[in-house]
Design a protein around this ligand. Structure first.
Ligand code: PEP
Ligand code: MG
Length: 905
């Protein structure tokens, strides 16, 4: 019989697939002997079985009973018993943390009888009735899908009636009344009595957690975080311990290092006399851990020692949720903590310096996505902008935009092309859609562990929180600033938020390079000189150390896709080792379009030669500049790829013009002729039409023009003492014969120019592999190729049989929802389909030529996950946009550590 239930003492931290992250870590802490309340985990297998069948597997009930009885025996108490009842929490916990996405129900086991037993056992009737009303509220909302407002309205009314403002100021009688009212809410809106059977509560809560895997907000979160939809969640059932048992109790969250800077020390929030969700919701302002030290030295010391133990054990920054129940510390959760990108780099090298991890491991602790975040620009502090307030810097970056007060506004305005900052009093999981689209998030309440802060950090979105000087009135759509009665901000106003300093500015603020960008552009010394403080210097140094280590260990070379000298320069500054794709189509655009038209319209050889002759010096000039920039480094020049009609006027526009001119009697015969050509060259599916090598072979003089321009430019550079390394690349090859013809014609030109100039010009000639036919016949194509470059853009289009322009905006959202793909195949290479094509191409190609150089130049060349694949499949290099070059270097280094044995040969 499948094992669906694991006691905390049975699992360990490596069982995240089965027990979820939270369950696996609870098990690990239990194994370490840390104070974890007893409990058990229901596996993700059980959830998946539930999601597949719509019912809980039969074995589960039996196994839960066994685990529960063992727990009851261990504690000497029984779930929901009338005397001294055992109460449990039920929490979701998937493999990947999804903060605030799924459900939690606390105080399971309370009913009309056991509430009295709890009152007696705790000698605190107020606490017992408060726990009961919390259970009904959470259960009603989470398990019975009752709108939470029905409960909070009753709570607010009760506080108003009693003349108090805070929840804990309600007395026992008020809470008893509230429990009765809540029960009637349940009856009214769910049509059932609030279940009195503790086991029924437990089972219903478990099922609700399973169901919560498929809520819309969980789907959105997973899509964004690229978490597969089929993992399911585990359910953790844990003995309740109470942070709301008076002044010697409390609950908190702490980090072993600062999750926003990486600085080592004690960071956390603590709330006296409160339950866990009070901290995360950011409803009350919290104390710091230093305050806890003065309040309860024993628990503080015990917590500090647990923190150190966990950090040493996990050899990483951990975050920990804890509760102190009447002076006794309990650990409720730990995990390797989410952190900002800057903290990730700093913590990684700090741990190396503390000899807790090696440089190789450090490289696995940072990601290309984090590096990307650090490359984002920052505000330029000119002092011109009014600082509205300074609050908690919760997630870094610089965001500017109009104020948006809710999801609907944020979505509508971003769709209309505006940048918005989502401004809320505090956020909760319902605000996720707005957070996803907004440039940044600003909240008036909550600390570094509030929902807004945790979720924004996870998304890499700029966030400032706890701006308590701001009064956000979402209903009136206004923001007022304390002490500034004259100022009322509305959706019309632009604000800027700084995720590093916590500053909120009024109006647009100009942005400049981040320190990491300064480092990447100008090197370590200049970046250190420019760094304003120790933290920035440490960050830049960490990035430098890790980048250098990545360069040392990586096997993949990194090149850039660059068509202009400017792009090429940027790429070199960021560490590119060559150009992997110089698209030459732009050389036919602008004023040169006229020559291309002349070429297409040419009816005699002379006319054609004239058009080509006009283009030659222009293209040669372009190549000279590129070779000069790339001096000494390889540069793959791809001959023209798009269909020629892209260089002709638009069919509809020209048809209208010709029709109008004809009517007016002003028709130019040349226009009529042009229209005939445009009509003739119009294609139903241009992506699959006369382009690439097909065009090069059928349009007389085109290959010769381009190869001559390359060769003559190279000669010019050689004469000037330069060191040009062109590689000539033929696009869209499907058959070896195509490449053979193109090659012969290119070689003939090279020989000619060689003869004319006296320089030896034996440049490599290769082709793109971007059609399935090319991939599957790569063994024969390799006979004529000096190198391959996989064009995964076209290879994705042609393997799937859809064109990017036609499908991406049309049905990809539905396909992602259906799970046809977890992420767009244009973003991350589809390993099972397109990836297999690449693999075939590599294997066949190398079967013919074992040392054949192979790269990739589709956009996937800069995508972290795809780079990992390209490493594993044994490519020689990836080529990506200049901005992505550092990311590719880092990811190539990481791939080499994760897959050390993946060698080219
Ligand atoms: C490709 O197809 O992957 C490629 C790099 O070529 P292009 O995007 O220019 O078609
Ligand atoms: Mg292509």
């Amino acid at each position: 019989m499948p094992k669906y239930v694991y006691r905390f003492s049975e699992g360990d931290k490596d069982q995240k697939d089965l027990l979820g992250g939270k369950g696996a870590n609870l098990a690990e802490m239990t194994r370490l002997g840390l104070p974890v309340p007893p409990g058990f985990t229901i596996t993700t297998d059980a959830c998946r079985a539930y999601l597949a069948d719509g019912t809980v597997p039969d074995e589960l009930a039996v196994q839960v009973t066994t685990a529960l009885r063992e727990m009851e025996e261990e504690l000497g108490r029984q779930l929901g018993a009338p005397e001294d009842p055992l109460l449990v929490s039920v929490r979701s916990g998937a493999k990947f943390s999804m903060p605030g996405m799924m459900e939690t129900v606390l105080n399971i086991g309370l009913n009309d009888e056991s509430v009295l037993g709890l009152a007696e056992a705790s000698s605190d009737a107020r606490f017992a009735w408060d726990s009961y009303r919390r259970l009904i509220q959470m259960f009603g909302k989470t398990v019975l899908d009752i709108d939470g407002d029905h409960f909070s309205e009753r709570l607010d009314a009760k506080k108003a009636e009693r003349g108090v403002t805070l929840d804990y100021e309600l007395d026992v009688e008020a809470l008893k009344e509230l429990v009765a009212e809540y029960k009637s809410v349940v009856l009214e809106y769910a049509g059932i009595e609030f279940p009195q059977d503790p086991r029924a509560q437990l089972d219903m809560a478990t099922e609700a957690v399973f169901r919560s895997w498929n809520t819309e907000r969980a789907h959105i979160y997973r899509r964004r975080e690229k978490i597969p939809h089929d993992l399911g969640t585990a359910v953790n059932v844990c003995t309740m311990v109470f942070g709301n048992m008076g002044e010697t109790s409390g609950t908190g969250v702490c980090f072993t290092r600062d999750p926003s800077t990486g600085r080592s020390g004690v960071y956390g929030d603590y709330l006296v006399n409160a339950q866990g969700e009070d901290v995360v919701a950011g409803i009350r302002n919290t104390l710091s851990l230093a305050d806890l030290k003065t309040l309860d030295r024993t628990s503080y010391d015990e917590l500090r020692s647990a923190m150190r133990r966990l950090e040493t054990h996990y050899r990483d920054l951990c975050d920990i949720e804890f509760t102190i129940e009447r002076g006794k510390l309990w650990l409720l959760q730990t995990r390797v903590g989410k952190r900002t990108a800057a903290a990730a780099f700093r913590v990684a090298t700090q741990l190396v310096d503390e000899k807790l991890i090696t440089m190789d491991e450090a490289l696995t602790r940072v990601t290309g996505d984090q590096l990307t975040q650090l490359m984002f620009p920052q505000f330029e502090h000119t002092g011109d902008n009014e600082v509205l307030t300074r609050a908690m810097p919760a997630s870094p970056g610089a965001a500017v935009g109009h104020i948006a007060f809710d999801n609907a506004e944020a979505i509508a305005r971003t769709e209309a092309g505006e940048s918005v900052i989502l401004v809320r009093r505090e956020t909760n999981p319902d605000d996720l859609p707005g957070m996803v689209v907004a440039a940044g998030v600003l909240t008036a309440r909550g600390g570094k562990t509030s929902h807004a802060a945790v979720v924004a950090r996870g998304m890499g979105k700029t966030c400032v929180c706890g701006a308590d000087q701001l009064e956000v009135d979402a209903a009136a759509r206004t923001v007022r600033v304390a002490g500034r009665d004259d100022l009322v901000l509305t959706s019309e106003d632009v604000i800027a938020i700084d995720g590093q300093t916590g500053e909120v500015f009024l109006g647009e603020v100009p942005v400049s390079d981040s320190p990491v960008m300064t480092y990447l552009r100008r090197g370590l010394e200049e970046a250190l000189d420019a760094a304003g403080n120790v933290d920035t210097r440490e960050l830049v140094t960490s990035v430098d150390r890790l980048m250098r280590h990545a360069d040392k260990v990586r096997r993949l070379q990194v090149r850039a896709n660059a068509d202009t000298p400017d792009d090429a320069r940027h790429a070199i500054h960021r560490g590119a080792e060559g150009v992997g794709l110089c698209r030459t189509e732009h050389m036919f655009l602008g004023e040169r379009k006229q020559f291309v038209q002349n070429l297409i319209l040419a009816s005699t050889e002379e006319e054609r030669d004239n058009a080509l002759a006009a283009l030659l010096p222009l293209q040669k000039g372009d190549f000279i500049q590129m070779f000069e920039t790339m001096n000494g480094k390889p540069m793959t020049v791809r001959l023209i790829d798009p269909p020629l009609h892209e260089f002709l006027p638009d069919l509809t526009e020209l048809s209208v013009k010709v029709a109008l001119d004809r009517e007016r009697g002003t028709l130019d015969p040349a226009d009529e002729e042009l229209l005939a050509v445009v009509r003739r060259s119009h294609e139903a599916n241009p992506m699959l039409g006369l382009r690439g090598v097909r065009l090069l072979l059928t349009m007389p003089g085109l290959i010769e023009l381009q190869v001559r321009a390359i060769a003559e430019a190279a000669v010019e550079r050689l004469k000037a003492g330069g060191d040009p390394h062109p590689e000539i690349m033929i696009p869209l090859v499907g058959s070896v014969r195509e490449l053979q013809i193109a090659r012969e014609r290119a070689e003939a030109v090279l020989r000619e120019v060689s003869g004319e100039s006296g320089y030896k010009l034996d440049f490599p000639i290769g082709c793109m592999i971007e059609l399935p036919r090319a991939a599957v016949s790569a063994d024969t194509i390799a006979e004529e190729a000096d190198f391959f470059s996989f064009g995964t853009n076209d290879l994705t289009q042609t393997t799937w049989g859809f064109s990017r322009d036609d499908v991406e905006g049309v049905f990809f959202k539905e396909y992602l929802d259906y799970g046809v793909f977890g992420v767009s195949p244009f973003e991350t290479v589809d390993e099972r389909g397109v990836g297999r094509m690449v693999r075939l191409g590599v294997e066949h190609g190398r079967a013919t030529k074992p040392n054949l150089k192979m790269g990739v130049c589709g956009e996937h060349g800069g995508d972290p996950e795809s780079i990992d694949f390209f490493h594993r499949v044994g490519l020689t290099y990836v080529s990506c946009s200049p901005f992505r070059v550092p990311v590719a270097r880092l990811e190539a280094g990481r791939a080499a550590i994760f897959y050390p044995s993946s060698q080219e040969d």
